[in-house]
Ligand binder design. Structure first.
Ligand SMILES: *[C@@H]1O[C@H](CO)[C@@H](O)[C@H](O)[C@H]1NC(C)=O
Ligand SMILES: *[C@@H]1O[C@H](CO)[C@@H](O)[C@H](O)[C@H]1NC(C)=O
Ligand SMILES: *[C@@H]1O[C@H](CO)[C@@H](O)[C@H](O)[C@H]1NC(C)=O
Ligand SMILES: *[C@@H]1O[C@H](CO)[C@@H](O)[C@H](O)[C@H]1NC(C)=O
Ligand SMILES: *[C@@H]1O[C@H](CO)[C@@H](O)[C@H](O)[C@H]1NC(C)=O
Length: 450
């Protein structure tokens, strides 16, 4: 076991063949052993590669009635002032609060469209994040968001949690079609993936919102580019070329990374290997550097490239903190429990936050503080604002908000389904779901800086 136990995104029992062609999807025992067990598997995130196994049309869904077709979630509660600290708080019962949009209508990844996929318990949509100190967090307001970022290009750069949040934002902004919008592209040129490279325009406010899949923030080769490969080779001294090419168009960047650093990689500076974490066998004679230092360097490098790209000021960089997964149990001991089956948030104190989760959260805060000191007011000649979007606590409290086995359509539709053989996504959130709250907080952070 490694010093930091971390849990994979998808669990296949050891005796089962992978259900799709992707070899990285299935973590064999030998692989697991030399990986110091348990880490690699996380890289599977885009396991989401796999098409849903069941393709038949869903029968009439009784859940339909729960979606509030008025889509009117503009709150009239005043407040949300400068002093609000959104990172601590609790989830309070608020029936209907999370039922905001129909994810099928906003191009989300099918594996996050839990309602379409047949998830029947929808209580996970009935909670509202109440920040500590009684300050209110207003429900998402598309008008407010577009007004706050009027004339700007908002870019989400990062891993699949960045994508989860970016897709949530598009759903929140397009629900009810209050404002005209246009999909500018889904996949381009050398980057054809329709979920990982896209941009929307909201012409009424001259706003664009884009997503750049780049799980290490910097340039990487290997598994993150080709899921058929087992390992990652990461160039800490080079930006990912797809977002770097657009860096001088980005006004507001939301950076999200962490999970892939925990999995491990071979890290390069130029052509030199500077260290490894959970390395493939041929690299194990190199210095073991863990995940923390590369993660810090990647954040610093990404911020530096964004701010030195020549875009006129002001610019805003938002660093999102770690959103942990909720795989329960140890596969060897209890295969059937390794699925996120909870239907309610944790209560305060019910579950201690894992050390590694606190550590990655702290790294983001540290790097944001250091960047504030570095760029304060003069990141190359104008106003630069650095904010932390601390979602760790609120996300950690929501084991109930993941697709679980509903990452596939109608997982129980076939006779004789063996529950323990189903695969689960206990990392990303259902859409709609708790990740919508990330965007409620994002609006407030952007608003108070104006
Ligand atoms: C969501 O939208 C799709 C496509 O318009 C529709 O087929 C489906 O019934 C809707 N789902 C709900 C729960 O309203
Ligand atoms: C928010 O609350 C947390 C936990 O109490 C604290 O560590 C953090 O410093 C606070 N942040 C701000 C900006 O006050
Ligand atoms: C739907 O939205 C309307 C308008 O805000 C509200 O009056 C109604 O209570 C909502 N229904 C549910 C089920 O949330
Ligand atoms: C990479 O090497 C250059 C030149 O030797 C050095 O200045 C830089 O600090 C190194 N970067 C990292 C991340 O080690
Ligand atoms: C590590 O082993 C590989 C393969 O045997 C070798 O090519 C490389 O030079 C070694 N690196 C170090 C730092 O010893």
């Amino acid at each position: 076991m490694g010093a930091y136990h971390y849990q994979p995104v998808v669990y296949h029992p050891h005796n089962q063949k992978p259900s799709c062609k992707n070899p990285g999807y299935f973590v064999s025992k030998p692989t697991c052993a030399w990986l110091a067990c348990g880490f690699l598997s996380l890289a599977l995130l885009h396991l989401l590669c796999c098409d849903p196994t069941a393709t038949r049309q869903a029968a009439f869904s009784p859940l339909r009635q729960y979606i509030n077709n008025t889509y009117s979630f503009v709150s009239t509660v005043p407040g949300g002032g400068k002093s609000c600290n959104y990172s601590e708080g609790s989830w309070v019962w608020a029936p209907g609060h999370g039922r905001r949009y129909n994810a099928t209508e906003c191009n989300v990844k099918e594996s996050h469209d839990c309602i379409r996929n047949g998830r029947h318990d929808t209580g996970y949509l009935d909670w509202r994040w109440q920040p500590a100190g009684n300050c209110p967090l207003l429900a998402f307001d598309a008008t407010l968001f577009l007004t706050v970022v009027r004339g700007k290009h908002v870019a989400f750069i990062g891993d699949s949690m960045a994508r989860n949040q970016a897709q949530s934002l598009i759903c929140l902004l397009t629900a009810g079609a209050t404002f005209p919008y246009r999909l500018l592209y889904r996949g381009t040129g050398a980057y054809p993936d329709k979920y990982n490279y896209w941009r929307y325009a909201f012409p009424s406010h001259d706003v664009t919102v884009s997503f750049y899949w780049t799980p290490f923030l910097v340039r990487a080769e290997g598994k993150s580019v080709d899921d058929g490969l087992l390992h990652n080779y990461v160039h800490l001294d080079e930006p990912h070329d797809r977002w770097a090419a657009d860096a001088d168009t980005i006004d507001v960047a939301v950076l999200t990374a962490g999970h892939w650093f925990l999995n491990g990689a071979v890290y390069y500076n130029g052509s030199e290997v500077i260290g490894v974490h959970n390395a493939p066998p041929e690299f194990t004679n190199h210095t073991i550097i863990g995940y923390a230092w590369p993660l810090r360097v990647a954040y610093r490098s990404a911020m530096e490239w964004l701010l030195s790209s020549g875009r006129p000021q002001p610019r805003t960089l938002v660093l999102a903190t770690f959103s942990p997964s909720h795989f329960e149990g140890e596969p060897a001991e209890n295969p059937t429990s390794w699925v996120c089956r909870k239907t309610e948030p944790y209560t305060e104190g019910e579950k201690e936050m894992a050390w590694v989760v606190k550590d990655t959260r702290g790294i983001v805060h540290d790097e944001a503080e250091a960047a504030k000191a570095r760029y304060d007011g003069n990141g190359g000649g104008g106003a630069v604002r650095i904010e932390v979007l601390d979602v760790t606590k609120l996300a950690a409290m929501r084991p109930d908000g993941h697709p679980g086995v509903y990452m596939n359509r109608d997982p129980f539709a076939h006779d004789g389904v063996q529950v323990e053989k189903l695969v689960s996504d206990c990392l990303h959130f259902c859409l709609p779901g708790p990740v919508d709250t990330f965007n409620e907080i994002l609006v407030q952070l952007l608003k108070r800086g104006r």
